[in-house]
Design a protein around this ligand. Structure first.
Ligand SMILES: Cc1ncc(COP(=O)(O)O)c(C=O)c1O
Length: 451
């Protein structure tokens, strides 16, 4: 069978793995296949993925049994279902298995059923979604909130609804794909500033304003970059936007709830609550559900989003269960229990980073729910991920298009409920796998450059 995994003995088989071609190639090579036959021209991509799957280095379609807990049962990646330490789920405050969250979801499921049955503007709202808009507004000190069925839709919808072909989008080089794709769909005037570099941002804004006094400028960044675990200087970024008549949008998908006083994320931590022009976020990380939002102070912007953000207008709304789940998570995250959970989460992050650094590993960014562990080469990330899965430590190896080519890493995501013992047990395994992967034989590249 094409996808049958090849048994692997790490002590002997790294040479064979390198020779197989499964460590070579990257997704970019297959992005735009050529030829008139749209149904068949993706065949090389399928062959490449199948080769990687057979050799246990395609970790992207695994399944989870049960909740995304710190100790989880994972199947796939060439392995039978196995229980192990899970650093591959984004349930930062461990709210997906919180009894109050589950109770609330079950009550509302029994009361309202599983379906929103319409887009927000066509009777898809519920009293839970209305209460959720208010709760998000209160947390962020923004009066106007629009909900979306996904965080992706919130990002894409906000950029495309607000920026037009005559406008400009100035975006951090490492912004999430939803924001970059939104920018590309909104206007050709997209300018990229070096990651977190406010001097470069200032230079670009000055250049745009020197030639275009009339177009709007939307500046886009994130509260916590999820592949790099770093944050921009938000007061300075917002100041620059004011200076050049630009509007700032900050995506807080990863930091809202999981960081900052009262769960207010990077915006609260930097004293900017109520002072950022537009805040956008997702419920899929800390809030145990799916969905997203955009928050701001202007009622007219809310209306613009409701009518012109495609994923709000033309996609079914959050279901009552999703909205009630997020509300319950918000209640916990913004209260005393949330402070305790964030303290546990940060204890884990600091401990894991310290242990990895003692092992000579390079952790990127600074303490947050995310610990990116640098490998650089895609081959090394693939090998390390595969070795770790066999040690029952589950991580997400990140390579292009999630991160730039040649900047691969393992992304470790922590949860409040990871125990200190799990972190201590995992750190040497992580370090050993990365060391071994970096020392492994170089992959064989076929003449085409593809595996
Ligand atoms: C920064 C950022 N924005 C937006 C999204 C999209 O959110 P969702 O997965 O909830 O659609 C993600 C999710 O990966 C993200 O990391």
């Amino acid at each position: 069978m094409l996808n049958e995994p090849i048994p692997f003995d790490p002590a002997h088989d790294l040479d064979a793995l390198a020779a197989s071609g499964a460590l070579g190639g990257n997704v970019a090579l297959f992005r735009q296949p050529r030829g008139p036959d749209l149904l068949r021209r993706s065949a090389p991509l399928e062959e490449w993925c199948a080769l990687r799957t057979r050799h246990g280095v395609w970790p992207y379609g695994r399944t989870l049994e049960g909740p995304p807990a710190p100790l989880a049962t994972v199947e796939g990646d060439g392995l039978a279902a196995a229980q192990g330490i899970n650093f591959a789920s984004q349930d930062y405050l461990s709210l997906a298995s919180h009894p109050a969250v589950i109770d609330r979801a079950m009550q509302v499921l029994a009361e309202s059923g599983p379906h929103s049955a319409g887009s927000a503007i066509l009777l898809g709202n519920s009293r839970y979604s209305a209460a959720l808009e208010e709760a998000i507004g209160a947390l962020l000190h923004c009066q106007q909130v629009v909900l979306f069925p996904t965080g992706w839709g919130a990002a894409f919808g906000a950029v495309t609804a607000l920026a037009h072909p005559g406008d400009h989008v100035v975006i951090d080089a490492l912004a999430h794909a939803s924001l970059r794709q939104g920018a590309a769909a909104a206007t050709r005037n997209v300018t990229v500033f070096r990651h977190l570099d406010c001097d470069h941002l200032r230079e670009l804004l000055a250049g745009i304003r020197a030639v275009d006094a009339n177009g709007a400028i939307l500046v886009v960044t994130e509260g916590l970059f999820s592949m790099d675990a770093d944050s921009p200087d938000l007061p300075l970024t917002q100041y620059l936007c004011r200076e050049y008549g630009a509007t700032l949008m900050v995506d807080v998908a990863h930091d809202l709830g999981s960081m900052g006083p009262g769960g207010s994320g990077a915006i609260g931590a930097q004293g900017m609550l109520g002072k950022i022009d537009i805040v956008m976020g997702a419920f899929s990380k800390t809030f145990a559900s799916n969905g997203g939002f955009v928050a701001c102070s202007e009622r007219s912007v809310r209306r613009q989003l409701q009518l012109f953000a495609g994923p709000h207008m033309f996609s079914n709304a959050l279901s009552p269960v999703q909205a009630a789940t997020v509300l319950e998570c918000l209640r916990i995250a913004t209260g005393g229990e949330g402070e305790g959970l964030r303290a546990d989460l940060m204890r884990n992050a600091v401990a894991l980073r310290a242990l990895l650094q003692e092992e000579g590993m390079r952790c990127m960014g600074s303490p947050s729910p995310i610990v990116p562990l640098w490998t650089g080469s895609e081959a090394a990330a693939r090998i390390a991920g595969m070795l770790l899965a066999r040690e029952r430590v589950f991580v997400n190896p990140m390579e292009f298009p999630g991160v730039p080519l040649g900047a691969a890493r393992l992304r470790l995501q922590l949860m409040a409920q990871h125990t200190p013992a799990q972190v201590r047990r995992a750190a040497p395994l992580l370090a050993a796998a990365v060391r071994r992967a970096l020392e492994a034989p170089r992959p064989v590249l076929r003449a085409s450059g593809q595996a």
